[in-house]
Structure formats: C-alpha cells, structure tokens
Design a binder for this molecule. Structure first.
Ligand SMILES: [Zn+2]
Length: 398
C-alpha cells in the first residue's frame, strides 16, 4: 500500500454518565502522490478535517472517511469528532471496539473494532506509535496502552496521558475506564475484587520470568491488567495490557491458564504481529501453547498431557479447518488454537527442547515489533513436511 500511518495522537474527553466522547485524532502519515485517501471510521460525527493544518473536504459514510486533499510524502491529518461511541456489530464476532460497561467503558477491538473510536488505517500489518490522552471524571481510573507519562487533575476531571512508543496495530490499541484500584502493581480491579485479583494474578511475574527465558526478553516497557466489574465472554489482549472480566476471578486461580495466555500474546501477536488475519494461528496457537508451558513449569499438567487432551478434543470435532489459512468465519475457531498448540508441541518433540526454544527465541528476536506470515515461520523452522501437513491439510496427522 502506498499510504501508511506512523503515529497516532489521540486526545479524548469522555463523560461516563452520558457516554459522550469528543475526540481529536492527529495522524502522521506518508504516501506516494494521492489526490484523496481513506481511513476507516465508524459512526461518530466528524466536525472537521485538517490536512497539514489546513481544512480539507471530506465525506464520511458507511464506516469510511474519505479525505479529498492532494498529499505526497509526509503529512498530518487531524480529525475532530464527537458523539456516543457504539461498538461495531459483526455477524461473526459480535460487538467490537468501544463499549459501555455498567460503570465506565472498555475497548476490545480484535479484529476490526478500532474504527469505533478513532479514524485509522485498520489493518493488522499497519503498525504505528501512539500517544493516547484521555480526560475523565477524577473518580475514574483510565488505563491505556503504554507508559503513563502525565496525569493532570483540573477541577473534577483528570487528564491521563499514555505513550506507546513501540509500533502497535490498531486492533491492539485500547482505553479502559472504570472505578478501579490497584490490586497488585499494574493490576487494576474494582475494590470489591481486590483480594481475589491479588491472589489470581499473583504468579504473573513468575510467568514473565518463564516466558522471558523461553521466548526472549519481554518486548514492551510495561504490562498492565484491568479486571472489569462486569463479566466478559473472553479476556482480551491489547499491547502492553490485558483485560479480564470479573467472571475470570475466583480467588482460586481457576482461570490462571488465561492469565498465561494473554501475557504470552505480548510476544506472539503484539510484538510479533501478523501481516494478515489468515496467519492468526501464529498468535493463538502460540498463546495456547504458552498455557501448556506455564502449566508444565508451575507443577500442573505436563505439556504432553495437555497435548493428549487437545488431540482427544480435535479428534471429536470436524476436521475441516485449514489452520494455516482459515477463512474469516474460522479465524477464532477453537481448533485454530488447539491444533496450533498441538502443532508446536509436535515440532518440539521432533526438534528437542534446546533447538525448539532456540527457534522461538530467534522468531521473537528477528520479528520483534514487526509482522509475519506463516511462510516466514516455515522458512525459519524447517521441518516443512511435518508443518505443511499440520497447517495446510485438514485431517489431523496421526
Ligand atoms: Zn488469544
């Protein structure tokens, strides 16, 4: 594509009681010569578009903001907008993007929800740095991607400024707003859940140690967790941050495998991103396998036992998904997760632990903050016959 965005500066003002959001997005972009360009943007109302500081003509309909301005080389686009954000409804994945909680809001965009709250080039292969600045009533805590660089109280509101310097895909950008307290350093939760959250997330730093030794250094400046007061269907990964629902907390580490899964996405999915959604097993297969690695290392079931259970499950399900290139309807199919993990376990048994984990470290180092395809993995890993069968033929190998 001839058009790319390198940096998003998002300045938002949010009123939790009315659900009203007003925003100013400044994108630093570059392109070959164009007479117009388009960004994805949902249903918030655009009041002004400026290109290089000058008002530009635009049309906004059907989730597309088309800006009519002659641009070439580096340029900036500023979009001012407001309204009540609503998630983007999809038949496959339900509601995505900015959504209201009982008290506050959440952003869970994977895969196509980011345009619900800011205009963007919404493609997993397009990564940019971010500055996210949110003003909300002072009784609320705002958690976004990256490092909190400023927090200014003025009157009854607080302005929170977060910087994500590492390149980030749009679907991994997030804003979490709620009445949260810090249950552990970097772990935010409603005060009623403080104790069970502190217990359930208590081994997260051990997980970071394990994964750093197996995959290479943790790829971002920090890691935060938000536990919402509402229940969520599934936890959600964002860059440098994961969000869990109150239903994922029981005070007995009943969902600890998910804590490991979301953390592992910081290496697989967030730092090493995918060039297109069809390569999703590189995120989910690896994150699922990380659950087994944590289980094995922490005295739970061994990876062999987890693998046998996954094989049992996969044998009972239809073998009609090609996990190396699933169609849109199957991107987040459980078989992509389980068979992806089983593929990695089979490769580990074939290569031996030393070579296998050296491969994972090389994968994470070589593609740190970049994007990859399944072919990239095949080329690095070798064992083409084994991997081709596991990834590109629907029947389960013996
Ligand atoms: Zn996942």
């Amino acid at each position: 594509m001839s058009f790319s965005v390198h940096h998003y500066a998002l300045e938002l003002d949010y009123k939790p009681h009315s659900g009203r959001l007003s925003g100013r997005a400044v994108l630093q972009a570059s392109c070959t010569a164009l007479s117009s360009f388009s960004l994805s943007f949902g249903s918030l109302r655009v009041s002004k578009v400026l290109v290089n500081g000058k008002p530009a003509r635009y049309a906004h309909a059907g989730g597309v903001l088309n800006v009519r301005a002659a641009v070439r080389g580096s340029f900036s686009v500023e979009v001012r907008y407001s309204g009540t954000p609503v998630p983007i409804s999809t038949p496959e994945w339900g509601d995505l993007g900015w959504d209201e909680l009982t008290d506050g809001s959440i952003v869970a965009s994977q895969p196509i929800g980011a345009p619900s709250w800011f205009p963007c080039l919404d493609d997993p292969s397009s990564k940019a740095s971010y500055l996210i600045d949110v003003t909300a009533p002072s009784s609320y805590t705002v958690v976004c991607n990256g490092v909190l660089v400023d927090g200014k109280v003025s009157g009854s509101t607080t302005r929170w400024t977060y910087s994500m310097a590492a390149p980030m895909a749009t679907y991994l950008s997030t804003v979490q707003i709620g009445q949260y307290v810090e249950a552990l350093p970097g772990v935010w939760a409603p005060s009623r859940l403080r104790r069970p959250v502190a217990h359930d997330f208590g081994r997260q730093s051990e997980m970071v140690e394990l994964f750093s030794s197996l995959f290479g250094p943790y790829p971002f400046a920090g890691y935060a967790v938000v536990v919402t007061d509402d229940a969520l269907d599934v936890p959600v990964e964002a860059q440098g941050l994961s969000t869990f629902g109150s239903n994922h907390v029981d005070g007995r580490r009943g969902s600890e495998r998910l804590v490991a899964h979301e953390l592992a996405h910081q290496w697989f999915g967030n730092s090493v991103g995918i060039a297109a959604w069809e390569h999703i097993w590189l995120n989910e297969g690896f994150a699922c396998y990380s659950e087994w690695l944590w289980s094995e290392a922490s005295g739970g079931r061994s990876a062999d036992v987890c693998a046998a259970a996954a094989r049992d499950l996969l044998q009972r399900l239809p073998q009609d998904v090609v996990i190396g290139a699933p169609d849109r309807a199957h991107w987040f199919d459980d078989r992509v997760y389980q068979r992806g993990a089983l593929t990695l376990h089979t490769l580990r048994r074939e290569m031996g632990d030393d070579s296998f984990f050296a491969l994972l470290r090389e994968w994470c180092a070589r593609h740190r903050h970049g994007v990859v395809t399944t072919d990239d993995f095949l080329n690095l890993a070798g064992h083409q016959d084994l991997l081709t069968h596991w990834l590109f033929e629907p029947d389960l190998p013996l």
